[in-house]
Design a protein around this ligand. Sequence first.
Ligand code: TXE
Length: 494
Amino acid sequence: MDQTQIDTLRGKPVAAFHHLIDGKAVPASDGDTMNVVSPIDGQVLTTVAAGTAEDMNAAIASARAAFEDRRWAGQAPAARKKVLLKWADLIEANALELTVLGVRDNGTEIGMALKAEPGSAAATIRYYAEALDKIYGEIAPTPGDILGMIHKEPVGVVGAIIPWNFPLMIGAWKLGPALAMGNSVVLKPSETASLSLLRMAELALEAGLPPGVLNVVTGEGRVVGETLGLSMDVDVLVFTGSGATGRRLMEYAARSNMKRVYLELGGKSPNIVFADAPNLDEAAKVTAAGIFRNSGQVCVAGSRLLVEAPIHDEFVAAVTKAADAMRVGDPLKVETQIGAVNSETQLQANLGFVETAVSEGGQIVTGGARILQDTGGYYMAPTIVTGVTQKATLAQKEVFGPVLGVTPFATEKEAVALANSTVYGLAGAAWTANLGRAHRMVKSVRTGVMHINTYGGADGTVPLGGVGQSGNGSDKSLHAIDKYVNLKTAWIKL
Ligand code: TXE
């Protein structure tokens, strides 16, 4: 990463963005716009269209028309592959521009953003592009003079609603398999992170994706998101975000056409450290990174540290040292390790969680406060709270901020019971040199993703999904494709 190049890009004014509907940049039907406030300094960066229900319906109609006339689904798989591969190349070629635009919008530190955003989006789109002509139907072993065939068909119009923490990466997790399978998509990015996604969608058109196959509508969730959720013309809804919104999407589906709904929701992921962990220093550093990078705004963040009692004090001291050494600040400086919190609202929510934790008996070991207020931006010190009981709010509710709660345990059985004591089940980790225990933890901790002696793993070849109230269905890997196809049985009399 070259700081001079980054500084040049950050100095550029950002023109107003419109929706992308039917291959064209379109303002809101009533001309309304929303300010985009940069979390770096609290200043207005530009505007996006404040979408109306009418705008969303126009986008859905465009996607429906594109699907019905088969302008994309009807192309040969090799042709679709070529377009998607070109799109991935364009994302890579414009990676720094996309990253700086995205960071100015959402505040993620640039080192992480460059890899996790365009880097991962390009890899994801390429992965599904390469897969698309290797996925086809089956001939069933049906008896006698009748042949049973199973076709895999695109579902139709996919509605995708995504959050602000990693718009390109999470957007690509939905767009890659949906478009590879021949669907049309209407995507609604978050109010507080639309810009880089809109730019990435423009690149899809440049790569040759036919107009109408991918539409992006910006605006309030309660307006355009709700219209998408309630539409009779949307066949599948895919979502990453909060449990409250996920629940609403299920209601919308029930109240409209019973569209399929796939949710990737929050987590309260346990990071369990046993006294026999192979390298406690390494575990401490990875633990700190596993909760504090991107200011804790990571769905799989290891936000609950469960430590075996005899090493509690020593390990907390090591994690505190690692946390205090992380550089918080301007996310567009290459040396920054923790950027800005996405919005003032989120920052206030984070501080509220810390206050509650203290009122419930927790002790702040480090952090706990807003910092760098003179920048006008939204920054929070990495925060560690000890003495968090199993029933405490900090042990039960997702903060989505740089706040780590610590709880000691005495036995493996207790560790598992604590780990499984929330409504969530997204990710978790266990640190141990005992092979049998490692396998037992993978089996007994109720999550979609489990790490042993590490935290995080970004490869697209494995699924990411949760159990319990962390969601259903998975993003990533070939398994994600199932969400975007219908199985159709054909009986042929021979
Ligand atoms: O989420 P929302 P927000 C959690 C995290 C965070 C909290 C709130 O705890 O603090 O959620 O974040 C759209 N119909 N996570 O407010 O509201 C909205 O416009 C249709 C965890 O950003 O769920 C945005 O595009 N759509 C999570 C998207 O939903 C609606 C990542 C997500 O916003 C809608 C994000 C409605 N009625 C938040 N209301 C993770 N674990 O990865 C909102 N939206």
